[in-house]
Design a protein around this ligand. Structure first.
Ligand SMILES: NC(=O)c1ccc[n+]([C@@H]2O[C@H](COP(=O)([O-])OP(=O)(O)OC[C@H]3O[C@@H](n4cnc5c(N)ncnc54)[C@H](OP(=O)(O)O)[C@@H]3O)[C@@H](O)[C@H]2O)c1
Length: 323
């Protein structure tokens, strides 16, 4: 149980029992020394400047109090871009500084971040400058994990990969990862990074009940066979794989915002599929969200998944998937 606190807004003290369930909470990330929680917390949405800080703060407290040690960020999370990292910086100052060594914080660069030719894709110039900016926004000296956020077909892979190696050598990141690279490029990355004493820690891609791409294209199997961790993003398909849209489109939902989850995705066929999944979940005595997350964690080679949550209640439901 948490100790009683006079004023929650002034001082955060993490739950003393947060590691009581360690045996079932953590998985080894490939063949590395790192253990990650099966469920990690993502800052893509709900942690920007447009979101209420106290709500973001409560979600991170709940997460950490339940042993969720991994927060996943990127330079462009918000909105506006950069403000997901700024929120993390404020959280570090307000609450988490004493717990820095208990946290595993990742960030990424790869998508459009600032104007001009050096604020996008995979050049050394972009990755190096972006990480420096990220560290400033997050009030951190280093990140635990730095990712190439996407494959850049025009920059030589060696340039991107050597930048990752040098970032580790500079002490600005402890480990490197890549996200959404085609299998052939992933193979080159694995070999290059291993040969340069910076083994690839983890590969990040979308894997969920509706999207099996990294299984079909082979990235999951490759990671499993080469001691690389695998972490799934959008495990609930941005909320589709929950009860959120079974009876309409709620006003406060991501789909109502219409940015990254458009209304036209929700076809009659998809809605029928979601109802079928929901019926299966009910038969299992679970929510659809729990069933969707459990399915990912059952796939061989998966280390963790990164959920998003717009409330503590959603996160609490999602954590039930750790059985
Ligand atoms: N590498 C990449 O390219 C990439 C791309 C995308 C994401 N990511 C990472 O993956 C993380 C997660 O992505 P995501 O936010 O799309 O994940 P998600 O978990 O699939 O979707 C999160 C959304 O689902 C809804 N939700 C979550 N739990 C719920 C529950 N129990 N009941 C009802 N609704 C629930 C909420 O929607 P409402 O907001 O409508 O309440 C929430 O904002 C990101 O934060 C980021 O760290 C990485």
């Amino acid at each position: 149980m948490k100790e009683a606190r006079p004023d929650e807004s002034l001082c955060y003290i993490a739950d003393a029992h947060r590691y009581d369930q360690s045996e079932r909470l953590y998985r080894r990330c490939g063949q590395s020394g790192i253990l990650l929680p099966k469920i990690s917390l993502g800052f893509w949405k709900n942690f920007g400047a447009v979101d209420p800080y106290e709500r973001s703060r409560a979600i991170t407290h709940y997460a950490f109090d339940h042993g969720i040690t991994h927060f996943d960020l990127a330079n462009n999370y918000g909105p506006p871009y950069g403000t997901g990292e700024e929120t993390l910086g404020k959280l570090m100052d307000d609450d988490f500084r004493p717990y820095r060594d208990e946290l595993f914080i990742s960030t990424k660069a790869g998508y459009d971040m600032w104007p001009g030719p050096y604020g996008n894709w995979g050049s050394r110039k972009y990755l190096m400058a972006s990480l420096d900016q990220s560290l400033k926004r997050m009030h951190l000296d280093y990140v635990d994990l730095f990712y190439s956020h996407r494959y850049d077909p025009k920059t030589p892979l060696e340039e991107t990969l050597q930048a990752l190696v040098d970032i580790v050598r500079q002490g600005k990141a402890l480990y490197v990862g890549i996200s959404r690279w085609p299998l052939e490029a992933l193979k080159i990355a694995e070999q290059y990074l291993r040969q340069h004493d910076t083994p690839l820690l983890i590969y990040q891609d979308r894997l969920n009940l509706l999207d099996h791409t990294p299984m079909e294209q082979g990235q999951l199997q490759f990671c499993r066979e080469h001691g690389i961790g695998f972490i799934s993003f959008s495990p609930l398909a941005q909320g589709l794989l929950t009860d959120r849209y079974l009876n309409g489109i709620p006003e406060d939902s991501r789909m109502a915002l219409g940015t990254t989850l458009k209304r036209d995705v929700l076809t009659t066929e998809l809605l029928q599929k979601l109802h079928d999944f929901n019926n299966q979940a009910t038969k299992r005595g679970e929510t659809l969200a729990e069933m969707a997350l459990s399915w990912i964690l059952e796939q061989e080679g998966v280390t963790s998944l990164i959920v998003g949550a717009s409330s503590v209640a959603q996160l609490a439901t999602n954590l039930k998937a750790i059985k």
